[in-house]
Each structure stands twice: as C-alpha cells, then as structure tokens.
Design a binder for this molecule. Structure first.
Ligand code: COS
Length: 382
C-alpha cells in the first residue's frame, strides 16, 4: 500500500478543504438549528464536480479514483456530516449503482442530472420492520402488463424528500435475498408519498424521510439490473458506502481534534492554558492517534478498491473503527470544552450528535463485527 498521495490528490484535498472552510463550516450551526442545510449547496457541490467524482466524464462525471472520493468524504465530514451524507448517498450509493448496473438509457436519463446537481438520488433499502436484516424486506413489486406495481414502506431515507430519483429495493420473488429486485423510480410518480422525519438527535440538516409506495407504477425499463439481483446491488453499494462513511467519520474526528487543540490553548484555568495539563493532553492525543489509525484503515480499503482487489472485510474494519472513533472523539472533545461543549455555540456538541448515527447507518457496528467475524472464521453468526 502506497501511503503517499499523488500531486493531483493533494491538490484536490486542498481545494476541498478550502471550499469546506468557506462554504460549509461557517453555516453548519445555523443549518443544524434550522434543521435544513441551504439547498443551494447542491448546486455548489455540483459546480466543483463533487457530485460526479468517480462517474465517467461522458456521463457528466468528473472521473477520479476511489481514494480521491474518500479525501472528499473526509473534508466534507469535517465540515458537516449532513452535507457529506447528501453526497455519499446521491453519488456513492445511487449514481454509482446506476453507472455499474444501468442500461445506456438509464445512465443518460439520470447520471447527467445527478452529477449536475439538478436532482438528487435516495437509496430505499431500510423498512420499518427491516434494518440490519435487509434481505427480509417486504416492499413488493408485482408484474402488471409490461411494467410493475410497487407497494410498501421505507424509512430513514437520506435525501428522501429532495430526491428526484429513488433506488428502491422490492421483493419480486420468494423470501430471502434472491427474491429482491432494484428499481429506479421517478419520485414524481403518483403514489410515491414522502414525509420528512423530524426530531433527529443529529444529522439535522439532512432531509431524512419515510416513504410510502402506494401502488407506484413503473416500466420494466426502470428495473436496475436483472430480476433477483437487487440484494447484491444493495450490498455492493454498501461495501463502498461503508468506506465513505468511515472517511467522513475521520473528518468528523479531525474536526474535533482541531477544535480541541484550539480551545485547550486558549482556555485558561488555574492560571494556565488547559492544554498544559497532562490529563487534557491525554485526551487530545487519544483523539489524534485514533483519527490517524482510522484514516489508515480508510486508505487501505480505498487502495484495494482502486487496485481492483477484494476489499469488503477491510471496508467493514474501516467503518467499524472510524465510526466508533468518531463517537469517542466527539465525546472527549466535549470533555475538553467542559460546559461550553454542551451548548451549540461551539461545534463539538453537534459533532457528538452527528457522530452517533455513523455507528448505526450503512450497517451497525454489530453487523460490521459479524461480517468481519464471518470472513475470518468462515462461519456466519447471523
Ligand atoms: N456484495 C455482493 N453480494 C453480496 C454481498 C456483497 N457485499 N453480501 C452478500 N451478497 C450476496 C451473497 O453472496 C449471497 O448470494 P448467493 O446466495 O448467490 O451466494 C446473498 O447476497 C445473500 O448473502 P448473505 O447470506 O450474506 O445475506 P444475509 O441475508 O445473511 O445478510 C447482512 C447479510 C446481515 C450482512 C446484510 O443484510 C447487511 O449488510 N445488513 C445491514 C444492512 C445495512 O447496512 N443497512 C443500512 C441501509 S443503508 S442506511
């Protein structure tokens, strides 16, 4: 594994860092309080090519390897987990699945709009009754003439109320993973009903929705991939998605580290900056070491992706470690900030609330442990 970045990757990282400092960081608290990021951010992200990273240029994308995508995720994650999530779902889970499995017609219908920021995508896997047990989903797609009629419910869907296209997983066959098929649904279709989930602990800037599909009619040309291949499409998207969540969590931890160092050097107690106390330095050091360790796990997984080698277990390791580290980092940052960490004038309280979801979505920490355990022992424990 080559630990160095190319000069293009360095330049990209610098560009992303400056942009996030200018366009995201100054607004993150206000967006959190308003429970909505300014939707103008979507056009700005597209203008920089951030919604097309990894998508072929002829389809409106900006190319680039997976490590570069992870650098973007880290920088966006440092700025605001809600903004990072908008990109990782629309681009990472939806646009990239269309690029990988779509017909030419599906690619030309959706990819330029997604990469150009004219619309967003959402990923409809989770249902009220099935989270970790994703292959038990009950949304049904029934053949009707030359198309399909889809009925069911989805929940906790990032971008759900903003998306123009929904990648929906529905049961077309018998029970279990082989009975699931993926569909690309225009969210303007009659029967596609969505409602924003309010009152979230964190991720407040992001539009998270519950979706009801009330006999939504789609054509067979809206099916993504062969019948029965939906579960594999979902899992393959999540394999890479988990690396992206890990990279975003590294950014969140780094934000906590930078804020903690700055605050500890300014804040005086007992006549000295609190940074001069050993117990405070210990907390700062713990955050720094875990942030760097998490980044190395992310880069290892990304490097495997870029070299076309198997990477699923390494993706789970990166996701498990980086997200748990982000929760710890935010918690320690609050400890360093003391009472000021508990109010939202300072960024670390929000970091704690935002970090908390990362060990839940795109596969809980427990699911990652079971996947790693299965890969190591050859025995499935779920
Ligand atoms: N890539 C491609 N195919 C995959 C795959 C992957 N990463 N993981 C599994 N598959 C395939 C398997 O090869 C198997 O196919 P065959 O029967 O042809 O061999 C099929 O899918 C079923 O696999 P498996 O037996 O592992 O499925 P399970 O139902 O046991 O589920 C877990 C596995 C629990 C790991 C899966 O449901 C999961 O990841 N759950 C978490 C869901 C999640 O992350 N939700 C978040 C949603 S987005 S916020």
């Amino acid at each position: 594994m080559n630990l160095g970045l190319t000069s293009e990757q360095e330049q990209f990282r610098e560009l992303a860092r400056e942009w996030v400092d200018r366009e995201v960081v100054p607004h993150a608290t206000a967006w959190d309080r308003a429970e909505q990021v300014d939707t103008a951010i979507v056009g700005k992200l597209a203008g920089l090519g951030f919604l097309g990273l990894g998508i072929d240029e002829e389809l409106g994308g900006s190319g680039g390897d997976f490590l570069t995508y992870c650098l973007m995720m880290e920088e966006l994650g440092r700025g605001d987990t809600s903004v990072r999530g908008i990109v990782s779902v629309s681009l990472g889970l939806v646009a990239k699945s269309i690029q990988a499995y779509g017909t030419d017609a599906q690619k030309s219908r959706w990819l330029p709009a997604l990469t150009g920021g004219e619309t967003l995508g959402c990923f409809g896997l989770t249902e009220p009754g099935t989270g970790s047990d994703a292959s038990g989903l009950t949304t049904r797609a029934v053949r009707d003439g030359d198309g399909w009629v889809i009925t069911g419910e989805k929940i906790f869907i990032t971008n759900g109320t903003w998306a123009g296209v929904a990648l929906i997983f529905a049961r077309t066959g018998g029970p279990g993973p082989s009975g699931i098929t993926a569909f690309l649904i225009n969210t303007d279709m009659p029967g596609f009903i969505r409602k924003e989930v309010k009152g979230k602990l964190g991720l407040r800037g992001q539009a998270t929705a519950e979706i009801r599909l009330d006999a939504v009619r789609v054509g067979d040309e809206d099916r993504l991939g062969p019948e029965g291949s939906g579960f594999k499409i979902a899992m393959a998207a999540l394999d890479k998605g988990r690396i992206a969540v890990a990279a975003g969590s590294v950014g969140l931890s780094r934000g906590c580290l930078e804020a903690s160092i700055g605050y500890a050097k300014e804040r005086t107690q007992f006549g000295k900056p609190i940074a001069s106390y050993q117990l405070v330095q210990e907390m700062i050091t713990d955050i720094a070491v875990e942030t760097d360790a998490a980044r190395l796990l992310v880069w290892r997984a990304a490097d495997l992706v870029d070299r076309g080698l198997p990477f699923k277990t390494e993706a789970s390791m990166a996701k498990l470690f980086a997200t748990e580290a982000a929760v710890k980092a935010a918690n320690q940052a609050i400890q360093i900030f003391g009472g000021y960490g508990y109010v939202d004038e300072f960024p670390v309280g929000k970091a704690m609330r935002d970090a908390r979801v990362t060990t839940l979505y795109e596969g809980t920490s427990q699911i990652q442990k079971l996947l790693i355990g299965r890969a190591l022992t050859g025995i499935s424990a779920f």
